[in-house]
Write a protein that binds this ligand. Structure first.
Ligand code: SAH
Length: 507
């Protein structure tokens, strides 16, 4: 039997994008992933389907798998020929017991590789605007475990040397012992006025930073109720945060924003919000489904040469159409001779993805805009194919018909209500944990209300800003009794993010 292999992989400090390229490759090719508590679940979503995911997290006081169990599991799976990723927070060899796991693999003759990770000891500091070294401040750095109770005379830490031996001191796992740590450092000669910081859940939307001095940081941390995972950083470099605090200063930092679009479309909006520092929570109110009956779409695809125009109105319409085209063993050559039109830039991009050159792109879904672009071009009697959603608005076919065209609307996909748990969102709203709700179409509003299933949505929305992508969506919301706080001026995702940004900048 071929032996498998174990990759001891550092998952990075929290921000899922801080995993290394090599770490990601390991995750994608593994049969088994054994992961720790501080590993962000988003990273696990990169695993292939069918990958066995095993939680080995140790939360303080509650051991899920003992270290011996983990070692045994790694060896057993590897000897069964499996490819295994052992995923650890930060870097696997910095206070992660990665060294012990590697030793036990070596002893058992199991092949292994180490994939270092971005350690929280440096990254959480960086996200708090603190460079752990700086030529004007210090050239030495010590990373220290704060796990051992200094009062019990832990022999592994030489307090007199540590206290003044390095310019910057970074303690991990130290929150429970923080009062003892600061006391030891001061007693052993470090100035009580030394700048000090605590960074909790660094590199994540939950990041919180306290700044003080060696003398008062411990009391501050207690008052603020900060516990692990947190870094304690002591040294003159802490003062640089005043200038370098980039992460928490992003305009939407600390704001939790609900994204109600279909899962397939959510990521564009989520990414745009996250780029401004927000935490995007995806709650898909729409799921995409196949048409109940493919016959009309198939008929259209089988006689594409009849159409003078093919107009797509959404990215999903494009994808669904071309999926079906392919299913019918055809390809984009079938569109030869048709004039191609896309409503909106994203739809155009999706069409270009199939190698098509799009002839006309009305920027917005408004009658005037469509007429402006298409009148004089659409001739009386022109046949137009419109592959789109089952519940699409009538404005486009109506406008085209007015211009004299003969329009075939066919359903390329259906939109149905999402499957998420409305009760979770209700709970978060009640607890004031959501700052903004975004609606990107009338269906997102309607389905949101159906999924929440509460007598009066507005009572839940006190203190929450409701942001709509445009006037149609806002109108639907108001018609359904939902207050609207923000409406994008430009009816695009960028426009929506812009109006949210303006709202918080003004505040
Ligand atoms: N191998 C890990 C450290 C494991 S020890 C690494 O390289 O990052 C666990 C400790 O790491 C926590 O108690 C905390 O002190 C620190 N830590 C881990 N993630 C953190 C984060 N996102 N923000 C602040 N500290 C973190």
């Amino acid at each position: 039997m071929v032996k498998g292999v174990v990759y001891l992989v550092g998952a990075g400090p929290g921000d899922p994008k801080l995993i290394t390229v090599k770490g990601l490759e390991c995750i994608q090719k593994s049969d088994v992933i054994i992961y720790d508590r501080l590993v962000d679940k988003k990273i696990l979503s990169f695993a292939g389907p069918g990958t066995e995911l095993i939680y080995a997290g140790k939360s303080p006081g509650c051991h899920t798998l003992g270290q011996m169990d983990i070692n045994r599991l790694l060896i057993e799976k590897a000897l069964n020929g499996k490819i295994i990723t052992r995923l650890k927070g930060g870097d696997p060899f910095l206070f992660g017991r990665g060294g012990e796991e590697a030793e036990s693999l070596a002893e058992a003759g199991v092949p292994f590789e180490i994939v270092p990770g971005v350690t929280s000891a440096i990254a959480a500091a960086a996200y708090a605007g603190i460079p752990v070294t700086h030529r004007d401040y210090t050239s030495t750095l010590a990373m220290i475990t704060g796990n051992e109770d200094p009062l019990k005379g832990d022999p592994s830490i030489d307090w007199p040397k540590i206290s003044t031996g390095a310019g910057t001191l970074v303690f991990l796992m130290g929150m429970a012992n923080l009062p003892h740590i600061t006391k030891q450092l001061i007693e052993n000669g470090r100035s009580p006025q030394t700048p000090a910081a605590v960074v909790r859940w660094g590199t994540t939307p939950k990041q919180r930073t306290l700044i003080g001095t060696l003398a008062d940081i411990s009391e501050q941390a207690v008052n603020a109720g900060l516990t692990n995972p947190a870094l304690i950083i002591i040294g003159e470099v802490v003062s640089l945060r005043e200038k370098l605090n980039w992460y928490e200063n992003r305009p939407l930092f600390g704001r939790r924003i609900l994204v109600t679009r279909a899962r397939e479309q959510a990521s564009i909006l989520s990414a745009a919000l996250e780029a401004q520092g927000a935490e995007a929570l995806e709650f898909p109110t729409i799921s995409l489904a196949e048409p109940r009956d493919f016959a009309p779409l198939d008929r259209a695809i089988n006689s594409l040469s009849r159409y003078k125009w093919v107009i797509f109105t959404s990215v999903n319409g494009v994808y669904s159409f071309f999926r079906r085209l392919r299913f019918l063993h055809k390809d984009p050559r079938e569109l030869y001779g048709a004039i191609l039109c896309a409503i909106g830039p994203k739809t155009k991009e999706a069409m270009e993805g199939y190698g098509l050159v799009v002839d006309y792109v009305p920027g917005e879904f408004r009658a005037e805009e469509i007429i402006k672009v298409l009148q004089d071009k659409v001739k009386k009697g022109d046949r137009v194919l419109l592959p789109r959603a089952d519940i699409a608005r009538k404005i486009l076919p109506d406008t085209l018909t007015e211009l004299g065209a003969v329009v075939d609307e066919v359903t390329a996909y259906r939109t149905v209500t999402g499957e998420g748990q409305g009760s979770k969102v209700v709970e978060m709203l009640e607890e004031g944990k959501i700052n903004v709700i975004t609606f990107t179409s009338s269906s997102t509003v309607r389905n949101f209300i159906t999924m929440l299933n509460v007598p009066n949505v507005n009572t839940l929305l006190t203190g929450v800003a409701v942001a709509c992508i445009g006037p149609i969506t806002a109108g639907t919301a108001r018609d359904m009794g939902v207050k609207v706080d923000l409406v994008a001026e430009e009816y695009t995702i960028e426009g929506l993010v812009k109006v949210i940004l303006q709202y918080f900048t003004k505040q």
